[in-house]
Write a protein that binds this ligand. Structure first.
Ligand code: IMP
Length: 197
């Protein structure tokens, strides 16, 4: 079984990846390798931040590593909040504050088109970094709908849907989401690797 670190402490993401990858891989979280460092996320793109995180783990702990970075891009705001999605309303603020700011910034704007994006970086011994990207197009509603999901989900209605991500089941969201798409590409690639072992 091949060990690989997923540079995250998010137990939900870790469990999801373990379930999808199955037997061929032992997926370790940051806590499992004793990494409690504040990993830098200072790049200017999702890909750059994912690579910074994966490189940090590879360099300091030696493990093959996967890292991800995601966010929301709103066209009428020039792509904001983008890489600043988690802290749009400022450090220490929560999703409610981020969502309130997003609605404020879009007041009076007719173009509400937006997309979620995820970049995953994979760093393995002796190979160049590989990237797996996923996105989902949609629009920002004028008020929040639904209780599920997290982050901007109550304000994001995917193209062709009549409800927001926060009104969807996890399975419905995962089938079309930026993260679901990127993870499925990663898994397809890792499966070809495990068959080579
Ligand atoms: P992360 O890189 O996956 O931790 O995502 C960074 C930030 O982007 C989160 O804190 C959320 O604000 C936002 N975000 C990313 N993915 C989603 C999603 O699926 N739904 C809602 N918000 C998201």
């Amino acid at each position: 079984m091949r060990q690989i670190v997923f540079a995250s402490n998010n137990t939900h993401k870790l469990r999801e990846l373990r379930e999808i990858l199955g037997e061929g891989f032992e997926v370790l979280g940051l806590a499992d390798i004793g990494c409690h460092d504040d990993i830098p996320e200072t790049a200017d793109s999702f890909e750059g931040n994912a690579l910074l995180k994966a490189s940090f783990v590879k360099e300091h702990y030696g493990y093959d590593c996967i890292a991800d970075d995601s966010g929301l891009e709103v066209d009428a705001l020039g792509g904001a909040p983008g890489i600043y999605s988690a802290r749009y309303a400022g450090e220490g603020h929560d999703s409610a504050a981020n969502n309130a700011r997003l609605l404020r910034e879009l007041e009076g704007k007719s173009d509400r088109h937006a997309r979620f994006r995820t970049a995953i970086a994979l760093l393995t011994d002796g190979s160049e970094p590989r990237f797996f990207n996923g996105s989902v197009e949609g629009e920002i509603t004028t008020e929040p709908y639904g209780e599920g999901g997290f982050g901007y989900d109550p304000l994001f209605r995917p193209e062709g849907w009549s409800k927001t991500f926060a009104q969807a089941t996890p399975e419905e969201k995962n089938a079309v989401s930026h993260r679901g798409r990127a993870v499925r590409q990663l898994v397809a690639y890792l499966s070809t690797l495990s068959q080579q072992l």
